[in-house]
Design a protein around this ligand. Structure first.
Ligand SMILES: *[C@@H]1O[C@H](CO)[C@@H](O)[C@H](O)[C@H]1NC(C)=O
Ligand SMILES: *[C@@H]1O[C@H](CO)[C@@H](O)[C@H](O)[C@H]1NC(C)=O
Ligand SMILES: *[C@@H]1O[C@H](CO)[C@@H](O)[C@H](O)[C@H]1NC(C)=O
Ligand SMILES: *[C@@H]1O[C@H](CO)[C@@H](O)[C@H](O)[C@H]1NC(C)=O
Ligand SMILES: *[C@@H]1O[C@H](CO)[C@@H](O)[C@H](O)[C@H]1NC(C)=O
Ligand SMILES: *[C@@H]1O[C@H](CO)[C@@H](O)[C@H](O)[C@H]1NC(C)=O
Length: 357
């Protein structure tokens, strides 16, 4: 039997979070998704554009392209997926992180697989689906054509980011650091084991629209309770339908970039910047295009008696064989004077002698 999961069942876990423990039956799905491609296309934000605003790292089905429309069901047109659950041809993507060198150039920060997913090509992402309040008997899964985004590349402060919830940075002290050292912004101090970014998508849906003009308004957060990880709180009347909560984890390998002598000086300053120019971190965002085959996701959630609900899986090394060539041919892996698309870090970074850390 092919199994990608090593079970680590800790006593009576009444409350499971994404992260270092594997999920037991009924708690949801967890998979490794290797990197499909790093490319400057975005079928949600810039449909048809070859050379979208900024660079992305993408995982999932290999039908991903700039022109894919809601009518193109990834589960029909993909021939492979980089995710370990074989029925999932969805696409998940985020911006890429860059390091700003004291000499003013930029270098892409590579990704590391999360714990137990270290062999995922180029790190990729860990993707979770959680049933509402871990209750498998009360689920409406997504439909073909469903898309959403959480976070906004335009957010640069806590106020503008507050509409979006559940976007977190974990300053990793160790490979398994979770639920501590959390911030809404880039950590302002070195993280010995890298930076983990987590994007929780909203768990409530209006039940009607597969997408919305801002790609966000058709989903919503529960009316009460902590934003972020779904806790079973009620959905607002405007968005009454609970959907599985999609969670993306990406681990950025900043381990060799921790020498504060090379960091910009000044309170809160740090050298990392998103590919769209944000050096605060408030603008981090992620995108999702549903692409599960048939009713595999619904079936998994309605009749689940084993971890990962007996969904067929492939090993990470098999998922690693699924890859695409970038459509936009440009340098993304050396020290470059501007990030792809000519993007520069916004805000002031100073390596001068004034100021202090
Ligand atoms: C993008 O994908 C769609 C759906 O598979 C396909 O019809 C279209 O030809 C593709 N476009 C390009 C430029 O490859
Ligand atoms: C900046 O520093 C990097 C790393 O040492 C080096 O490879 C690159 O050539 C430098 N670029 C400039 C313009 O000095
Ligand atoms: C799960 O949801 C179903 C359907 O709404 C409900 O009848 C049941 O009581 C819930 N179970 C738990 C443990 O909350
Ligand atoms: C926060 O950012 C928004 C734009 O995204 C801006 O309009 C607003 O003035 C900023 N607020 C503060 C307190 O800086
Ligand atoms: C990170 O969390 C650990 C464990 O709680 C704590 O000991 C440490 O001080 C934290 N480090 C920072 C830099 O916040
Ligand atoms: C539920 O899943 C089990 C094991 O995967 C299978 O034997 C059973 O037939 C399924 N029940 C239904 C109603 O689909």
């Amino acid at each position: 039997m092919k199994t990608t999961w090593r079970w680590w069942i800790i006593g009576l876990v009444s409350h499971t979070h994404p992260g270092v423990t594997e999920l037991t039956s009924g708690q949801g799905l967890k998979m490794s998704c290797s990197q499909l491609v790093v490319d400057r296309i975005d079928p949600i934000q810039s449909p048809g554009v070859i050379g979208s605003n900024h660079l992305h790292q993408i995982v999932g089905g290999n039908s991903f392209n700039a022109t894919m429309s809601p009518q193109d069901d990834p589960s029909r047109v993909s021939t492979c997926t980089t995710c370990t659950l074989l029925n999932d041809f969805s696409n998940y993507w985020t911006a890429t992180m860059f390091y700003r060198h004291p000499n003013g150039t930029y270098r892409r920060v590579r990704q590391l697989g999360a714990l137990w997913h270290e062999s995922a090509r180029e790190g990729g992402m860990t993707v979770y689906y959680f049933p509402p309040a871990r209750n498998l008997s009360n689920i409406v899964a997504f439909k073909p054509g469903f898309r959403m985004r959480n976070g906004s590349p335009d957010a640069r402060n806590a106020t503008s980011a507050s509409r979006y919830q559940g976007i977190q940075y974990t300053c990793m002290m160790r490979d398994d650091t979770r639920y501590t050292n959390l911030t809404d912004t880039f950590p302002d101090h070195p993280c010995p084991a890298g930076i983990l970014t987590t994007i929780y998508f909203p768990p409530c849906w209006d039940g009607v629209n597969l997408d919305s003009p801002d790609h966000y308004s058709h989903v919503a957060w529960p009316t009460t309770g902590r934003k972020g990880f779904e806790q079973g709180d009620p959905c607002p009347a405007s968005h009454p339908v609970k959907i599985p909560q999609v969670v993306l984890e990406t681990r950025w390998d900043t381990r060799l970039l921790n020498n504060v002598q090379d960091w910009p000086r000044g309170k809160g300053q740090q050298p990392f910047v998103w590919s769209f120019g944000d050096s605060t971190g408030y603008g981090h965002h992620g995108d999702y295009i549903f692409g599960w085959k048939g009713d595999a996701l619904n079936r998994a959630f309605t009749n689940c008696s084993t971890p990962n609900c007996d969904l067929p899986s492939q090993e990470i090394y098999e998922a690693n064989r699924c890859a695409k060539e970038a459509v936009v041919k440009e340098e993304v892996d050396r020290y470059i004077t501007a990030m792809p698309g000519g993007i520069l870090a916004d805000g002031q970074l100073s390596w001068g002698r004034s100021g202090s850390r």
